[in-house]
Design a protein around this ligand. Sequence first.
Ligand code: URA
Ligand code: SF4
Length: 205
Amino acid sequence: RPGARRWVPPEADVDGLRAAAPGCRGCELWADATQVVFSTGSDRARIVLVGEQPGDREDREGKPFVGPAGRILDDALEAAGIDPGGVYVTNAVKHFRFQMRGKRRIHKTPGVAHVEACLPWLEAELAAVRPGVVVCLGATAGRAVLGREVRVTAERGTPLSRPGPDGEVRVVVTTHPSAVVRLRGRPGFDEAFDALVDDLRLAAA
Ligand code: URA
Ligand code: SF4
């Protein structure tokens, strides 16, 4: 598991990174996945949203957040008054990690080693986009962005930051939209959705 560094072109813009990512062999996850899932959005975005890893739908379509979690995220962005055209959306880990259960591919949380192997891509993206704020969707994204263990329930709503090229960059941690998806039609859904919207509003403020 050599890590992604030798596949990441130095000083590249987002298009350059996106073009190089399919060649990455920085960890074993590329082998069973359909394709790399890089990012959407422009390198002039002020807000970067970081998810965990692509899901089944994203793996097949090659784009982040196009499945059920993406629909929740889109709804939450709209409720927070954030123009989806102004955000850059990516994941901490760029290949889908899964387990077969019968004929179904079941999401398997990436390990710390996968997050570390893939980190050179995320660092290169942040260097290219230079956002004003980074939103971590869940604890895996938090670990990648902050370089330490993150407890979402304890740390959401508090101002965090990480070093950037022009000083500290604001960081907001919030729940993963998949956690909200799992509450759909059940008690607690509205509260979980509203809390996600509040965190996105805080990020945009
Ligand atoms: N969940 C994620 O973390 N990222 C995606 O792209 C889709 C679902
Ligand atoms: Fe490279 Fe990341 Fe894919 Fe591993 S998950 S092969 S480090 S792009």
